[in-house]
Design a binder for this molecule. Structure first.
Ligand SMILES: Nc1nc2c(c(=O)[nH]1)N[C@H]1C(S)=C(S)[C@@H](COP(=O)(O)OP(=O)(O)OC[C@H]3O[C@@H](n4cnc5c(=O)[nH]c(N)nc54)[C@H](O)[C@@H]3O)O[C@H]1N2
Ligand SMILES: Nc1nc2c(c(=O)[nH]1)N[C@H]1C(S)=C(S)[C@@H](COP(=O)(O)OP(=O)(O)OC[C@H]3O[C@@H](n4cnc5c(=O)[nH]c(N)nc54)[C@H](O)[C@@H]3O)O[C@H]1N2
Ligand code: SF4
Ligand SMILES: [Mo]
Length: 675
């Protein structure tokens, strides 16, 4: 008799929507995956990426056994070995590195390929106990959070679903319909009630196409636009004086600072029309409730933290926090984190006072090539470094080193895994228990495993238990089972109830107005329009526009390059190689404005070399009105195979952001040469 059951889970992708799903399992095989209609945010819908997740899970290309490299690094030739052989080799190599160079020469690189709690954090117990090196900063989100916190003392914005109460919604540097699709119905619902939607983005995205009004500034110039908005708000008496007096610090300094930030001046910097800047400020100063929604894209600039620090000043000036549906909506990870005891799951105490040497996440390429503090072993977990890190040719050079020992825990032989000495097989979310803290809504979700791990694959937590055993460690916390670790991580949550219910709503003010009456956790207790603590970090205390250093190379590399998330069937680096994803999105191209194409005598489909001192990719030209003249765009997420060698990130800038430890991917200048 065959047995069928339905198992509830939560999508693990680094995506704000953290959808609830239901897997139908017949005789141990998942036969259908669909959205859970009862989920309060995703409401039964998944997305074009994950609708075909079973094809990913059961793909014949899955890595199901430990593999050892037999060919040259990068050649992608491997032989199957046993887990015992793999662990013996890893244990031996790690011990040799520690004996000769110290544990600081071992670098774990963990990213959010699976952003669930155990997947991301349980392994830190092992790395803390080892006192290995660690990555600092982040590819995603830290800059936006840190910039916001600089002004507000907290990264906590409003619940994005409350946009349904807004009358003005400014989507500022976020491509909602592509990257955060389950939020769109809330925005549409506000629209039904008369709300206007404005998109501000250097690319005419699919979200821009759906807006009531679209503004297209040059990349990296928004702070000038914001300062001009402040200028107009003050000039035209649109400031909420009562709220500003009570809840902000430094208003007079800011007012003096923006006197010469006229709309005319900002228009020149941003490449916008003066009238449009006037109109935007007027709308923002007069329509209530007014919400600004932002996410991650705008942090990928040298002055990324300044963007978010300045943006956070705007709602304070017009008293937007007073209203439900007013204020500023960004990642709500900080709200979800309230119920997570991060120390209990990642156990930094296991370092026992030893420092873990830090390597900036965005500069792993540089670290792998550095002669000082040489990295001798890397362990890549949930990251496709050769596609996702900036300046990937540097990463490649590093991974090619003969004296570097590379371990990759993966589901597929990715561009990165090709450089591994040992590949270890990873489960998918259907195969392991976990809990997902959402950064796009207020529900932390349970993930019940639907099927047994395929082949010999293991979850991230089991991987680290095995690594601990391979090292001969005896510290009991390294071997906690998943439920014990989850109980420690969620001390206030009844795990059995969470498991039965599927999700729990995290604490959030019932009236939807977290900052209506101030109470900001800054040093001054107020919104810091002037933030003196920034001076100590070498940054101006007042919001300040600074052009990106990279632009100085414009004489050699005249085009600004964006490499955005662009495909509905891609989630970061994760789907381009699968037959029901990649081919349906076409192939990589460079989008070029027809005027630029004419000047370069380039026509649609003509192959062009896009290059700078970091790398070079050859792609066909796509004439496009989505970019402005002077700006070109190559969609990101394709692997080297579809790019005939190098990838979009071969070209990108690995400079760190002003503060917050992010990456200036989108401050990249390139030249175009027909081939
Ligand atoms: N040019 C450019 N570069 C960018 C960006 C951009 O917009 N443009 N965006 C940046 C951003 S915001 C991010 S978040 C990063 C994302 O960069 P990555 O983290 O590299 O991207 P993902 O594709 O989400 O996940 C990486 C890998 O995790 C694997 N994986 C999935 N589940 C598991 C698991 O349970 N265990 C293990 N061990 N592996 C698993 C997947 O197979 C995948 O290969 O890229 C950044 N890079
Ligand atoms: N389909 C799909 N969905 C995804 C992902 C995916 O790969 N595919 N990735 C997920 C991940 S990891 C993340 S972090 C989120 C990101 O979600 P978003 O932040 O919404 O998406 P991004 O594409 O990173 O950036 C948003 C927009 O910022 C714009 N931008 C770049 N520079 C500037 C600037 O200087 N000023 C302004 N105003 N805008 C600028 C880009 O053109 C882009 O359209 O999406 C998640 N959702
Ligand atoms: S990738 Fe995002 S939109 Fe798609 S199912 Fe997962 S959480 Fe939902
Ligand atoms: Mo991200």
């Amino acid at each position: 008799m065959s047995e069928t059951r339905v198992v509830n889970g939560t999508c693990h992708h680094d995506c704000p929507d953290s959808c609830g799903w239901q897997a139908t399992v017949t005789d141990g095989i998942a036969v259908q995956l669909r959205g859970n209609p009862a989920h309060p945010f995703s409401k039964g819908e998944l997305c074009p990426k994950v609708n075909k997740f079973l094809d990913r899970t059961y793909s014949s290309d899955r890595v199901l056994h430990p593999l050892r490299r037999v060919g040259a690094k990068g050649a992608g030739e491997f032989e199957q070995i046993t887990w015992d052989e793999a662990l013996t080799e890893i244990g031996g190599r790690f011990r040799d590195v520690i004996d000769e160079h110290g544990a600081g020469a071992i670098l774990p690189v963990v990213s959010a390929g699976n952003q669930s709690l155990l997947a991301l954090s349980f392994g830190q117990r092992f790395w803390n106990h080892l006192a290995a090196a660690k990555t600092t900063g982040s590819l995603c989100g830290l800059v936006a959070g840190t910039g916001t916190k600089t002004t507000n003392g907290s990264g906590m914005g409003i619940d994005p679903s409350d946009l349904e109460h807004s009358q003005l919604i400014i989507l500022w540097g976020t491509n909602t319909r592509l990257t955060n699709r389950h939020l769109w119905p809330f925005i549409e619902s506000a629209r039904t009630n008369g709300a206007q939607v404005v998109v501000i983005d250097p690319l005419r995205t699919m979200t821009a196409e759906s807006a009531d009004w679209f503004l297209q500034p040059l990349p990296g110039t928004d702070v000038a636009l914001m300062l001009a908005m402040v200028h107009v708000l003050i000039r035209d008496g649109l400031v909420d004086n009562e709220w500003v007096t009570e809840h902000t610090l430094g208003f007079d300094d800011l007012a003096a600072h923006v006197t010469d930030w006229t709309p005319q001046r900002a228009a020149t910097v941003c490449g916008l029309a003066t009238d449009d800047i006037e109109r935007l400020a007027q709308m923002y100063g007069t329509i209530r409730p007014a919400a600004i929604r932002t996410l991650i894209g705008a942090e990928h600039h040298e002055h990324g933290a300044m963007f978010f620090r300045t943006l956070t000043c705007l709602p304070a000036l017009v008293g937007a926090w007073r209203d439900q549906g007013g204020g500023y909506a960004r990642s709500v990870g900080v709200w979800n984190d309230q119920i997570v005891d991060d120390l209990a799951i990642s156990r930094p105490d296991l370092r026992a006072g030893r420092e873990r040497r830090g390597v900036p996440m965005g500069q792993i390429g540089r670290a792998l090539n550095s002669e000082t503090d040489r990295v001798m072993a890397v362990c890549m977990i949930g990251v496709n470094a050769m596609v996702s890190l900036p300046s990937t040719e540097l990463v490649r050079q590093g991974l090619l080193r003969d004296d570097l020992f590379t371990v990759v825990h993966e589901q597929f032989i990715t561009d990165t895994a090709r450089y591994a000495d040992i590949i270890l097989p990873a489960t998918t979310q259907l195969e392991a228990v976990d809990v997902v803290s959402s950064w796009g809504h207020m529900y932390t979700g349970w993930n019940e495993p639907a099927i047994a791990p395929l082949g010999e694959s293991v979850s991230n937590s089991e991987l680290h238990r095995r690594l601990a055993r391979a090292m001969g460690f005896t510290e009991p916390a390294l071997f906690d089972d998943d439920l014990t670790a989850l109980r420690a991580a969620l001390p206030t949550i009844d795990l059995d109830k969470l498991r039965a219910d599927g999700w729990v709503r995290v604490p959030y003010p019932e009236d939807g107005r977290p900052w209506a009456n101030g109470g900001f956790p800054t040093a001054s207790g107020k919104v810091e329009l002037r933030c003196d603590s920034l001076l100590a970090l070498g940054h101006p205390a007042l919001p300040t526009y600074t052009p990106a250093s990279e632009w100085a190379s414009a004489d050699r590399f005249p085009f600004m390059l964006l490499t955005p998330k662009q495909h509905a069937r891609f989630l970061n680096s994760s789907y381009s190689h699968l037959p029901k994803h990649g081919p349906l999105e076409g192939t990589p191209v460079v989008e070029l404005h027809p005027d630029d194409a004419a000047a370069l005598q380039l026509v649609e489909g003509r192959c062009v070399r896009v290059w700078n001192d970091r790398g070079s990719v050859e792609v066909p030209v796509k004439l496009s009105q989505r970019v402005r003249p002077g700006v070109v765009s190559i969609p990101w997420g394709w692997w080297s195979a579809q790019h005939h060698g190098q990838v979009a990130n071969s070209l990108t800038n690995d400079a760190q952001t002003d503060w917050g430890g992010g990456v200036a991917y989108f401050d990249t200048m390139v030249a175009l040469t027909p081939v």
